[in-house]
Ligand binder design. Structure first.
Ligand SMILES: Cc1cc2nc3c(=O)[nH]c(=O)nc-3n(C[C@H](O)[C@H](O)[C@H](O)COP(=O)(O)O)c2cc1C
Length: 202
């Protein structure tokens, strides 16, 4: 069993069409830690000690967020700026996150085709999220490629939302139960390229 924590960052939850459902799944899976960052820190006054203590007792950190301006919502960036301290997450003695998994679970308004070098957004989403990836590398974490729901605003009408929500539940359960094939996942560009790499049993 691994200890999994979801850090959920969504500043406009009243208008959310998909992340709230995803967050409710995360809340409902047994033995998963769930943190709603905007609920905990509406004024951005992050309790660094509490956040670092939470990190220490979990093996898998899931960042769940909607892509905002090709990046994370600002509170999740603030969280990184303050919580991933020198001497804790990197630098001398800064090995407290070594070996932990970082798993981005993101929704994007754009179509997958827009996230190509010849597409409207000019870069693949994996590339745009590379600051997160390199942050994980610097902190000696194991980065798992993002699970992405593209064209998130039409996912319900297109009939893609329920399957994605189901995939998220499977992912969290597999991470918790040690059935997630990390090496197979890391060979992908995006975790959402194909069926989840989940082992039958351990
Ligand atoms: C401030 C803001 C910035 C956004 N930036 C992007 C972006 O850079 N790329 C993208 O694909 N979608 C972008 N979107 C669309 C959101 O990613 C999309 O609405 C969200 O993933 C849908 O999930 P939700 O219904 O749970 O909010 C942006 C939306 C807002 C409000």
């Amino acid at each position: 069993m691994s200890k999994v924590m979801v850090l959920f960052a969504h500043p406009g939850q009243r208008h959310s069409q998909i992340n709230l459902d995803l967050a409710n799944v995360a809340r409902s899976v047994d033995d998963i830690g769930f943190v709603d960052l905007y609920a905990d820190y509406p004024r951005f006054k992050i309790d660094v000690d509490r956040e670092q203590e939470r990190l220490l007792v979990h093996d898998v950190i899931v960042f769940q967020f909607p892509v905002y301006w090709y990046s994370t919502p600002s509170l999740l960036k603030e969280w990184q700026d303050l919580v991933l301290e020198y001497g804790f997450a990197y630098g001398p003695g800064g090995d407290k996150l070594a070996g932990k998994l970082l798993v981005p679970v993101v929704t994007a308004g754009g179509l997958q085709d827009a996230y190509r070098e010849d597409g409207r957004n000019n870069f693949p989403l994996r590339t745009l999220l590379s600051p997160l990836e390199q942050t994980a590398n610097l902190c000696q974490m194991v980065y798992v490629p993002p699970l992405v729901l593209f064209a998130a605003l039409s996912a319900r009408n297109d009939g893609r939302a329920d399957d994605h929500i189901k995939q998220y539940r499977l992912l969290l359960e597999a991470l918790r139960d040690g059935r997630f094939d990390v090496e197979a996942a890391r060979r992908r560009d995006l975790l959402s390229d194909g069926a989840l790499p989940v082992l039958e049993s351990v």
